[in-house]
Design a protein around this ligand. Structure first.
Ligand SMILES: Cc1cc2nc3c(=O)[nH]c(=O)nc-3n(C[C@H](O)[C@H](O)[C@H](O)COP(=O)(O)OP(=O)(O)OC[C@H]3O[C@@H](n4cnc5c(N)ncnc54)[C@H](O)[C@@H]3O)c2cc1C
Length: 420
């Protein structure tokens, strides 16, 4: 294999206090919270929209986590007030419009003084003596450097951390296989029988057992006749070139095939109204941080003094090896410690969202959006507390971090106490 040394002088486009890379649940929450801490924040997003899988992949449902808190609670209160639970400690699983969330997040960033840079894809980390100096970013004007005191990697794939040399692993311990990908789509009741199509390359599914997941999985929204469908499934790791190339084509075939099947089995009047712009990726890379969340922690309800997020979302593993099964196991609730976001060898970098240090089974539970918002919020608060200079994010005082989070309506239930 040929190799090329690639060397360029890249001009600095912006000097910020905190640069957040990736505008999904973790990234938006991190950016807002760092800005609330008085920092100049740049949020870099490679697509044209904020919300990550929640908008780009049309996820459109917030799974229940049992602690509706912090920025996640704010989003519900501001965007979906009818679902707002009276107490933090209550589960909700609202469906939402990904288009509305996209618009909401744009306005939210403006109000919170976060500078958003769309179509800005991180391509490289400049690291010197345990510190990241700059993110090299592919922009519409070519390569630019974004400098900061602190960086927060919210790419979902730990792309920044990996490039900075942080060790990582992917998928199941035994074979590295990750959860499969899914292309979400929506159908709409037209009120009259629709003409079915089965485009070239698609499949004729005749039985539930023929379906990619071996089950019917969708959400009917009462009142507006829409049907959100989560039924395609493509094996592979969404951080790999060949896997994602295959997935984008195969998942679309499945979408048309599933729609055709549904139109024959109960949804005769429904037409495809929207297909997500990209296939959703559940799992790719996990960093090796100062602590790795394990299945035992999740099952055993682990509690940590440096808790920054809490969830009781189930273990939820769509079969990584092309079986038509899903491993779902209820959990009673556990803590995620700050250390899961802290790489050992880079002092001014945190990783928030689904790519934190967690095993395959543990990440299947912590990966849902509300938890990623909570982790992002904690990372942003930590970055705002960082003294800069030679300070290390691993040394952020926990009592102070908890105090700041509390001022932002984060409620962390602790053993022997009702909240922090
Ligand atoms: C099909 C599917 C169904 C799901 N169902 C649910 C559900 O019902 N409820 C629920 O709560 N959760 C669900 N999830 C899980 C949840 O959506 C994700 O785990 C969550 O969005 C992860 O948040 P994140 O911020 O860590 O990363 P992501 O949401 O993946 O966001 C990462 C962001 O970083 C950007 N990015 C990536 N690389 C770069 C780069 N190099 N430079 C700049 N930007 C970059 C991406 O464009 C993206 O905007 C589902 C996920 C999938 C895929």
């Amino acid at each position: 294999m040929n190799k090329y040394a690639f060397s360029r002088e890249v001009p600095t486009y912006l000097e910020a206090d905190v640069v957040v890379i990736g505008g999904g649940p973790a990234g938006t929450a991190a950016a807002i919270t760092a800005a609330r801490g008085g920092k100049k924040v740049a949020l870099l997003e490679k697509s044209a929209q904020l919300g990550g899988m929640g908008t780009l992949a049309n996820v459109s449902v917030f799974m229940p986590v049992g602690n509706v808190t912090g920025i996640y609670r704010e989003i519900i209160a501001e965007m979906l007030a009818e679902y707002l639970p009276p107490d933090h400690d209550e589960s909700i699983a609202p469906q939402y419009s990904p288009f509305l969330l996209r618009q909401y997040l744009n306005e939210k960033m403006k109000k919170e003084n976060v500078q958003v840079f769309f179509h800005c894809e991180f391509v490289g980390s400049i690291v010197d003596d345990r510190r990241m100096k700059a993110a090299i970013v592919s922009t519409r004007e070519g390569l630019k450097a974004f400098e900061a005191d602190c960086f927060i990697d919210c790419t979902g794939d730990a792309r920044v951390a990996i490039d900075a040399g942080v060790p990582y692993r992917a998928g199941r311990e035994e074979d590295g296989l990750t959860q499969p990908m899914t292309l979400m789509f929506t159908m709409q009741d037209t009120g009259k029988p629709v003409k079915r199509i089965l485009p070239e390359g698609c499949y004729e599914y005749n039985d539930v057992s023929d379906l990619p997941q071996g089950r019917r999985l969708y959400w009917e929204r009462g009142g507006d006749g829409s049907l959100l469908v989560n039924m395609s499934r493509v094996k592979g790791n969404g951080a790999k070139i060949e896997d994602v190339n295959h997935a984008e084509m195969e998942a679309l075939r499945q979408v048309y095939s599933i729609a055709n099947y549904l139109q024959r089995t109960g949804f005769e009047t429904y037409a495809i109204s929207h297909i997500a712009p990209q296939t959703g990726v559940r799992e790719t890379n996990q960093i090796e941080g100062l602590y790795t969340l394990t299945e035992q922690d999740v099952v055993g309800g682990a509690r940590f003094p440096d808790v920054v997020a809490q969830t009781n979302y189930e273990i939820d593993i769509h079969s990584p090896d092309a079986q038509k099964t899903t491993d779902e196991r209820e959990v009673s609730g556990y803590d995620i410690p700050y250390r899961c976001m802290v790489p050992a060898d880079i002092d001014n970098l945190l990783v928030a969202g689904r790519a934190i240090s967690a095993t395959h089974v543990a990440m299947s539970s912590m990966r849902v959006q509300a938890t990623c918002y909570a982790l992002g919020q904690a990372a942003g608060a930590a970055a705002a507390l960082s003294p800069g200079g030679a300070g290390a994010l691993k040394d952020v005082p926990m009592a102070e971090l908890h105090r700041v989070l509390e001022t932002q309506d984060v409620r962390l239930y602790r053993q022997g106490a009702s909240a922090v």
